[in-house]
Design a protein around this ligand. Structure first.
Ligand SMILES: *Cc1c(COP(=O)(O)O)cnc(C)c1O
Length: 468
């Protein structure tokens, strides 16, 4: 008797069976894949069971299962509109590729390729030799190599040149990039012993001189990609480190983070981004990302002396860090774009960096007019100048002038509007500032104005319908 009562009182019994939920969803949403419905239904019921146990608010089971199933049926990553003004946004996939690079990927993605075949002889070829040739041509470096990303490049360099030995780095350059990349952690995992010298704000060449001993394997310089120090500061210039390295026969490497090959004066970027001038110091090797200022795919590019690159290639770790064919295709295309210097074909970043403020204000006016044309009661639309950071661990403290369209005061609160913009068919990432939503036009690509306008229209009209 007692047992019976207990069973009845268990609310878990009231949860529908998985099969019932699955059938209901299948009937109502024929657009969803059956496998997604099945998995989502199980997940939703198990969530509901946990909610009951913890006493959390019960949720609409069917709604929740539909949400989970839709999520499974949506591709990831998805195209979004970048209205943040941050040109190289790591969370938004960094640099969009040039048309040449995008085509190169789709050309080879679904087909067999000559990735590791020498078509002339029919023998086995090297997947990177062509890319390395382009890298040498574009940079003037003696030799070149490429791996999966810049973190991998640094790992491989440290492991190859100094495993079991000391790597000397300035305390001012032990940087963290984006939370998951910390120079000291990568170094320790690469099997070297980190030897920090100097202080947070000042490091002298004599700090390096005094730290050098028979165990020293490498002198490392790291570009502080996402912060700037001001005031009583001093860093050791690369050239001075290179001189010291030569004197004591210890290799010198710089992790440049981001770099530019076709450094165009009119972009007004600081000199530190220029790859050629770094190599001219006689540094043994530098490494940089493919998807920062270069505007290519994710990749880690190493440029340097023949003997250094040769030993990188013979390290077994190189195989674990190697580039895949799609990235090779895209990087190859990006380098050809760079050599052609055809800004109509090149990465969007080139245009975004060089476009004039007058043109941006004009674009912002256009978007502003579109939004005003919606005639939403209470909505204000304002066009103004702003500053757009380059972002993505490239040129800290350097911002380019930009133009924004500011909206607010409409029927939906600003936070909620921004959230709803992110759940549009093409999600829109905007900035929130001073109780308004800002669309920065410097990062908008062609067609984005219309997407923004249509999305705002849909959201606000849906809202007034609900009200009415
Ligand atoms: C961005 C950056 C990295 C990491 O590069 P990934 O290509 O993201 O792996 C490493 N070092 C520096 C200095 C950077 O700026």
């Amino acid at each position: 008797m007692d047992r019976d009562v207990q069973v009845k009182a268990d609310p878990r019994r009231e949860l529908p069976q998985v099969d019932m939920l699955i059938n209901a969803l299948k009937e109502e949403y024929p657009d969803l894949f059956p496998w997604a419905i099945k998995h989502a239904s199980k997940e939703a019921i198990s969530e509901a069971r946990k909610n009951l146990e913890t006493g959390a608010e019960p949720v609409d089971l069917k709604k929740r299962a539909e949400e989970l199933a839709r999520d499974l049926c949506t591709p990831h990553p998805r195209r979004v509109v970048n209205a943040t003004g941050v040109l190289i946004h790591t969370n938004l996939g960094r640099s969009p590729l040039s048309q040449t690079a995008s085509l190169a990927i789709s050309e080879v993605a679904g087909r067999y390729t000559d990735l590791e075949v020498d078509l002339k002889s029919g023998r086995r070829g090297d997947r990177l030799s062509r890319l390395e040739r382009l890298l040498r041509i574009v940079s003037g470096a003696e030799s070149a190599f490429a791996v999966n990303n810049n973190a991998a490049a640094l790992l491989l360099l440290a492991n190859t040149l100094a495993a079991g030995r000391e790597v000397i780095v300035s305390r001012g350059e032990l940087v963290e990039i984006g939370g998951s990349f910390r120079v000291p952690d990568i170094l320790s995992r690469s099997g070297v012993i980190l030897r920090e010298v100097g202080t947070t704000n000042r490091t002298h060449i004599r700090d390096f001189e005094e730290a050098i001993n028979t165990d020293t394997g490498l002198l490392l310089k790291v570009h502080p990609s996402n912060f700037q120090q001001h005031g009583y500061v001093k860093e050791v210039p690369l050239a001075a480190l290179v001189d010291l390295g030569k004197k004591v026969s210890i290799p010198v490497v710089e992790d440049l983070g981001s770099g530019l090959f076709a450094s165009d004066e009119k972009w007004g970027l600081p000199r530190e981004t220029d790859v050629a001038s770094r190599l001219n110091t006689g540094v043994d090797a530098i490494c940089l990302s493919g998807d920062k200022l270069l505007g290519g795919p994710q990749a880690g590019i190493v440029l340097g002396k023949n003997h250094i690159i040769r030993s990188l290639k013979s390290n077994p770790l190189a195989r674990a860090l190697r580039l895949d064919k799609l990235s090779i295709a895209a990087l190859d295309a990006t380098l050809r774009d760079t050599l052609s210097r055809d800004s109509a074909q090149g990465p969007p970043l080139w245009f975004q960096l060089s476009v004039r403020i007058e043109k941006l204000l004009e674009n912002a006016q256009n978007l502003g007019h579109l939004l005003e044309g919606l005639e939403v009661p209470g909505l204000f639309v304002q066009v103004e100048k702003a500053n757009a950071p380059v972002g993505g661990g490239s040129v800290p403290g350097f911002a380019v002038e930009s133009a924004v369209v500011r909206i607010g005061g409409g029927p939906i609160g600003v936070e909620s509007l921004a959230r709803q913009l992110r759940s549009c068919p093409v999600p829109i990432m905007a900035r929130i500032q001073d109780n308004s939503v800002l669309f920065d036009v410097r990062t908008l690509l062609s067609g984005d104005n219309e997407i923004i306008c249509n999305s705002v229209k849909d959201l606000l009209s849906k809202h007034s319908r609900k009200k009415g």
